[in-house]
Every structure is written in C-alpha cells, then in structure tokens.
Write a protein that binds this ligand. Structure first.
Ligand SMILES: [Fe+2]
Ligand SMILES: [Fe+2]
Length: 213
C-alpha cells in the first residue's frame, strides 16, 4: 500500500468501517449519557474542536485500521480492530482543554469503561481499548515496552495525525510497526478529506451532544 493506492484503501476503511461504527457508537453512547446510566460530566466536551474533536478521532480510527491491515496480518484481527476503533473514539473524549491535559488518557479510559457494562462490551474488547487509551500519552521509551498491538497502533495513528499541525511524527516516539512511514503522506491528505462537514454529513455530531457539565 503506497501513495495513491494507500489513500484509496484508507478511504475504503473510512466509508466501510470507521464512519459506520462511529455512528453506531455516537447513538449508543449518546443514549447512555442522556439516560443518566452513564454519568460522566464533561464527556465529549471538545467534540467540535478541529484539533482534538471528532474529525481527529475519525482520522485516528482510519489510520489505526490502516496500520492494522498493513502490519498485523493473519485472520484473527477482528477483536483487536474493534478495540482499536473504540480506543480511537474515546482516546481524547474526556479532554477538558486543547493543551497537554495530563489526565485525559486516564479519564478517557474511565469513560470507555463506564460505557462498557451498559453496552455489554466484552472485556476482551474493552480491556485492550482502555489500556491503549491510558498509554497513548506516553513518551520516549515508555511507549516501546509492554504495549500490545492495539496500544501501539493507537499511539502511532494519533501521532501520525500530528500532520494536522504541519508536524511530522518524531521517529523515536513511534512504535516500530513497519507500517506508519507508508501512511505519512496519505495522513496529510486525510486531513482535508475528513473535515467538520464530512463528519456532520455522516451524522457524527448530531447523535452525541456533550454531557451536562
Ligand atoms: Fe490524547
Ligand atoms: Fe489524539
């Protein structure tokens, strides 16, 4: 998967996997928040942010699946790919500001775990997703040790989307998955393709109003 072919593949993942699953998640999680069964003040506060909001979560999900497809191999990817989609959806969902926000990984994992029981997500899916979210703020050597493939793919996808700031990922902060370098150029082009208008058309902003403060 290189260049144009990679971009087409990411588009297919976006339309076929990420947007439909995220719409379902918006509807399911939104219902839990509105019902009060999940009580998490401030959840999804930054959903409309162009920096850490839905457009970023969608691109991270898409790039994460791109990494999974290129690097994981085998036929047993289904559960880990579902964990990765959950992790992408929730990883910045409990942010309270656009800066470092040092606790947002821990809070994002707690938000996912609060949704897991009422939505009957099995621990084999929710566990790796929550672990990946807790780890995604790690830096330097911390990210290279003990991270499973879901955590590694989330962290790399998150850092690949730093192209939205005009940055390139810092090599020493990336997991060695053998896939992320080929996604760098397509990641740049994904920034323009996944904008607020597109996530709005996909229904991802209407179904998930921020929880009460
Ligand atoms: Fe984050
Ligand atoms: Fe992020």
């Amino acid at each position: 998967m290189i260049g144009e072919g990679t971009l087409l593949r990411l588009e297919a993942l976006l339309e076929g996997r990420v947007l439909p699953r995220f719409l379902q998640l918006c509807q399911e999680v939104g219902q839990e928040l509105r019902s009060g069964r999940v009580d998490f003040p401030g959840a999804f506060r930054l959903i409309r942010s162009p920096i850490h909001g839905m457009t970023h979560w969608v691109r991270v999900g898409c790039l994460g699946l791109g990494i999974a497809e290129a690097a994981w191999g085998g036929d047993d990817r289904k559960d880990d790919e579902e964990s990765l989609l959950l992790a992408a959806f929730f990883h910045d969902a409990a942010r309270v500001n656009e800066h470092l926000d040092s606790g947002h990984g821990r809070r994002g994992a707690a938000l996912l775990e609060a949704c897991a029981e009422p939505l009957a997500w099995p621990s084999r899916i929710a566990g790796p997703a929550a672990d990946a979210i807790r780890r995604h703020q790690g830096q330097g050597g911390e990210i290279r040790h003990g991270a499973g493939r879901v955590a590694a793919a989330l962290a790399n996808a998150d850092r690949l989307d730093r192209v939205r700031f005009g940055d390139v990922p810092v090599d020493r902060l990336m997991h060695l998955d053998g896939a992320w370098q080929d996604l760098l150029e397509p990641a740049c082009r994904l920034v323009d393709r996944v904008d607020e208008a597109r996530v709005r058309r996909a229904g991802l902003l209407a179904a998930l109003a921020p929880a009460r403060e």
